[in-house]
Design a protein around this ligand. Structure first.
Ligand SMILES: Cc1ncc(COP(=O)(O)O)c(C=O)c1O
Length: 392
């Protein structure tokens, strides 16, 4: 599939039409796969012969999704997981070696990614180090110690839309013999392919743009086969955060339209961001497609423009004012989701990032008056009219 274009791969990669599955891959809900001999059982379980064993490891529906995602990201292999957070956790288990190991991460993170780092990983003896000014390469370099194993970055970041220089970070990682992990959920492979820019592992919450329909929770990690397959046979097999076949199937359904959804979503987000940027009732707007965005040039270079349909904006009056705006929206739905076909808005300081201490929230660019707004496939004129009414 190497020579095909992205849009073509989104429809065909990983599926063999010569089987008896039909035009769309079937859902394999069976949990175990019969062996035809003792020898076959031993060899398949040992990974010496191809074949399926038990659905915690993989099933034929997930295999199609994994091959498709690997093809879309330009990676060798993919492991689909029950959620985006599971993909992040497994990736990190695959990169850290022993308690006391460290990693360096941007402080611009989805709230529960930060909680995973601070609570779950610290409990295991692993040490995250945060970069408060992730736009400065020197700030990353300053956090690297002999115990550092990898760099982690979310780009664009949720909800303040920091855009990382993936090429620069990959160079820094190489110079220190470290791996680079990129959470590219907000961009999707339709916009950004971090492996091609030098990253080692890409992680996704497939719950967002990849699925699009908000009907399936899921995650994925993509990288070299010699990283992904030992994880599947190791930590993934022991812990069991497997994506269900039904969710893999729903995610495949979403991916079929990713290449046409993303440009439309991004251009609508650009229009909404431009409306908000000129509105005196709005204190600030963050969207990588606006020339005022601090990493606008990187966004153009690495993502071809805005790169996502998520934007955030700040209103005067803190939490209460933000809540009033959200309550007055009639088209956008108030929910903790993004990357959905429907426009979704939320107040991060009291929901997605509500568990973070206020100083951590503020340093990650999340003031109390901030509203996160994920532009969907509605007519952008309706979204602008809805915002205009809500801000009144
Ligand atoms: C950037 C990013 N990464 C990871 C996650 C976690 O994904 P999931 O909810 O599928 O576990 C989210 C969720 O919002 C996210 O925004």
């Amino acid at each position: 599939m190497g020579d095909l274009h992205f849009d073509t791969k989104a429809l065909h990669a990983g599926y063999d039409y010569a089987g008896d599955g039909g035009l769309f891959p079937p859902i394999h809900m069976g949990v175990a796969y019969p062996f035809d001999s003792g020898e076959a059982a031993q060899q398949i379980c040992a990974g010496e012969r191809p074949g399926y064993t038990y659905a915690r490891t993989i099933n034929p529906t997930n295999a199609v999704l994994e091959e498709r995602l690997a093809a879309l990201e330009g990676g060798e292999a993919c492991l689909a997981t029950a959620s985006g957070l599971a993909a992040i956790f497994l990736t990190i288990l695959g990169l850290l070696e022993e308690p006391g190991d460290e990693f360096v991460t941007s402080n611009r993170l989805y709230g529960n990614t930060r909680n995973q780092f601070e609570i779950s990983l610290r409990l295991m003896g692993f040490e995250p180090h945060y970069v408060d000014r992730p736009e400065e390469m020197g700030a990353w370099a300053a956090q690297i110690t002999p115990r550092t194993r990898f760099l982690f970055v979310e780009t664009p970041s949720n909800p303040d839309l920091f855009v990382a220089d993936v090429t620069g970070l990959a160079r820094l990682a190489r110079a220190h013999d470290l791996k680079l992990v990129v959470d590219s959920t907000l961009a999707s492979p339709a916009v950004l392919r971090p492996l091609g820019l030098g990253a080692d592992v890409v992680v996704h919450s497939t719950t967002k743009y990849l699925a699009g329909h908000s009907a399936a929770l899921g995650g994925a990690l993509i990288g070299r086969r010699d990283f992904v397959e030992p994880l599947r046979a190791g930590h993934h097999h022991y812990i069991g955060p497997t994506m269900s076949a039904f969710n893999a199937w729903l995610t495949l359904l979403g991916i079929e339209t990713l290449a046409v959804r993303m440009p439309r979503l991004i251009s609508s987000a650009q229009r909404v961001a431009e409306f908000l940027a000129t509105d005196p009732r709005v204190l600030a707007v963050s969207f990588p497609g606006l020339p005022s965005h601090p990493q606008h040039a990187i966004a153009r270079e690495q993502m071809g423009g805005g790169g996502t349909s998520l934007l955030s904006f700040e209103v005067q009056g803190g939490t209460q004012a933000a809540w009033r705006v959200l309550e007055r929206l009639q088209v956008a739905v108030q929910a903790t989701q993004l990357g959905s076909n429907q426009t979704v808005a939320v107040h991060p300081a009291t929901t997605t990032h509500g568990s973070l201490p206020p100083d951590v929230r503020l340093s990650a660019g999340i003031p109390d008056g901030l509203i996160r707004y994920s532009v969907g496939l509605e007519d952008p004129d309706d979204l602008i009219a809805d915002l205009d009414h809500a801000l009144a």
